[in-house]
Write a protein that binds this ligand. Structure first.
Ligand code: SF4
Ligand code: SF4
Length: 400
């Protein structure tokens, strides 16, 4: 069902739900049979659980689009995640993926960045008041090189990994952490006193626009996405393409691309076509796209188990490689890192590009795709060294 993006993130509407089970039957991940789907919905609606949903649902929001009645079943599943966390807690190994943990996957990468990228992060920590700024999001904080481009010169980037938007808390049902995140971001926005914020990540754009206000974010800052900014500047000629990128490319959709609708997810495609690339879509694309892989770790039955995350990432890479396209293009830097990490262990190699790098190439710059591969390999190494050792640890920590 097509509706405004914000509506996909409002609560599950039990009155609209006819318990038809379509959401779980047509879910590209769970693919339940009708009887099991109806039983799962019946149980979840009455406050019970469902093993398959709690073990496999990637909170990708696809079923909110599938539902013919606009009932937002994904939010029902997130409520079940939340309840599970309150009752059973998180496994010890999940902490490596918690956004504000000191010893986590992002800080592992950030502590190993070269001096020029560390200098960028330091610059972005500037908290002096400003009218307009660009919020990098924590995924760009582990890939700062993406912003090193002539057409991004002069952008006033402000933020840090500590100022993460909490998207991973949202998709795992961690309401307590979301409230803490909203309070922290209120302080950040109040201190800056800005009127406009452009966000370099689709997840962050959605969190600030549609989710964090439900958890206490209070701001009247005008929020926009870099995707629109990029396309407007290309169309107006402010960003002028000087050479073509004549490759075949397939696109890894952000989970939020589908909820922002066609106008949004078509922009990366327009940019690729303007670049000269030939697009070959994966079977699961646009509104039925798979999550890039991190979603495999979101359900409480996984708790960021690296085996689930790897399996979900390889599922996407299998599809991408089967298209025959030479390149995988992501417009979310989180997807870029998932694809790059999967490619680090995949037997067949494909180029992985961020959309910003496509534009950088076309304006005559030389984006270093080797850095994408390097960050992907670092992500894998960090998991092996720091997370895997906890896989047999029985300790669990409950949410509040
Ligand atoms: S949420 Fe929508 S698709 Fe799912 S059971 Fe209810 S009405 Fe059917
Ligand atoms: S949120 Fe995604 S994975 Fe979960 S049931 Fe809906 S479509 Fe399936």
């Amino acid at each position: 069902m097509n509706k405004a993006p914000a509506e996909y993130f409002s609560k599950y509407d039990a009155e609209k739900c006819e318990v038809c089970g379509d959401c779980l039957v047509k879910c590209p991940v769970l693919k339940m049979n009708r009887k099991a789907a109806v039983k799962a919905m019946t149980d979840l609606r009455s406050g019970g659980g469902n093993d398959k949903v709690l073990r496999r649902c990637e909170s990708c929001f696809g079923c909110n689009i599938i539902c013919p009645n606009g009932a937002n079943p994904a939010q029902l599943f997130l409520e079940a995640f939340h309840k599970s966390h309150l009752e059973s807690g998180f496994p010890a190994w999940s902490f490596y993926f918690q956004p504000h943990e000191e010893n986590n996957f992002r800080n592992y990468i950030i502590s190993r960045l070269p001096a020029d990228e560390k200098a960028l992060l330091e610059k972005w920590r500037d908290m002096t008041p400003c009218e307009e700024f660009v919020y990098p999001g924590c995924n760009v904080c582990s890939t700062p090189y993406l912003t090193k481009s002539g057409f991004m010169d002069g952008l006033n980037i402000r933020g840090s990994v500590d100022l993460c938007c909490g998207e991973m808390y949202y998709r795992t049902g961690m309401h307590d952490k979301l409230r803490e995140t909203a309070a922290k971001l209120n302080g950040f926005l109040d201190n800056l006193g800005a009127k406009k914020m452009m966000i370099l990540c689709s997840a962050g754009y959605n969190m600030f626009s549609n989710v964090l206000p439900q958890f206490g974010l209070k701001t009247d800052v005008e929020i926009s996405s870099y995707i629109n900014w990029l396309w407007e500047r290309i169309e107006s000629g402010d960003i002028r393409f000087k050479r073509k990128l004549e490759i075949t490319a397939t696109i890894q959709e952000s989970c939020y691309g589908k909820t922002f609708g066609e106008d949004y997810y078509e922009i990366p495609r327009k940019i690729l076509r303007a670049a000269g690339a030939k697009i070959i879509e994966m079977p699961h694309t646009k509104e039925c796209a798979y999550c890039c892989g991190i979603g495999g770790g979101f359900p409480p039955g996984s708790g960021y188990n690296p085996i689930d995350i790897t399996a979900a990432s390889l599922r996407v890479v299998n599809e991408a490689v089967a298209t025959g396209a030479k390149a995988i293009v992501a417009y979310c830097s989180g997807c870029l890192q998932s694809m790059s990490a999967a490619m680090a262990v995949y037997p067949v190699k494909r180029q992985v590009w961020h959309l910003l790098q496509v534009v950088q190439y076309c304006v005559g710059e030389n984006p270093d795709l080797g850095l994408n591969a390097q960050r992907g390999a670092m992500l894998v190494r960090g998991i092996l060294l720091n997370q895997s050792v906890h896989l047999l640890n029985p300790k669990r920590v409950k949410g509040s």
